[in-house]
Ligand binder design. Sequence first.
Ligand SMILES: [Zn+2]
Length: 141
Amino acid sequence: MSSEWCQNKKCPEKKNQNQIRGSKGAKYYQSNKANTYIGYWCSNGCRDSWWNQNKDTCIQAVGFIDKQVLKLDDAWYVEYRYDYRENEQNRYHLRNILKGVDQPITREQAQSPEDIANGHNWNVIGQAEARELAIQLSLAS
Ligand SMILES: [Zn+2]
């Protein structure tokens, strides 16, 4: 789904020079085109304005979500710590703060083969894979 025009009804009220159309005596301001990067709006300001006008409708459409929890056994993650004083060995850590675990791991354990091949040092595996790794390393069951 997409729209050609900024979805903020008040977009023309910005009165920017680039929004002027029409001939002398019949000039008007029009909405900007939606910015493909932001999605449905021309700018973050228009998105914020739209959100303030429509947040109640959005929440009702989605439905209220109750309190969510992330349990101890699902709280694993891999962290990349860049520190120029540290050598390559100590950059990646398998962590579960709820369990008090902060285990140094290798780059091969911390990253996908694609990330290693692409040289994206800071990318790390996701939460589910981090849990699998914790099980492999006998830190979890
Ligand atoms: Zn706009």
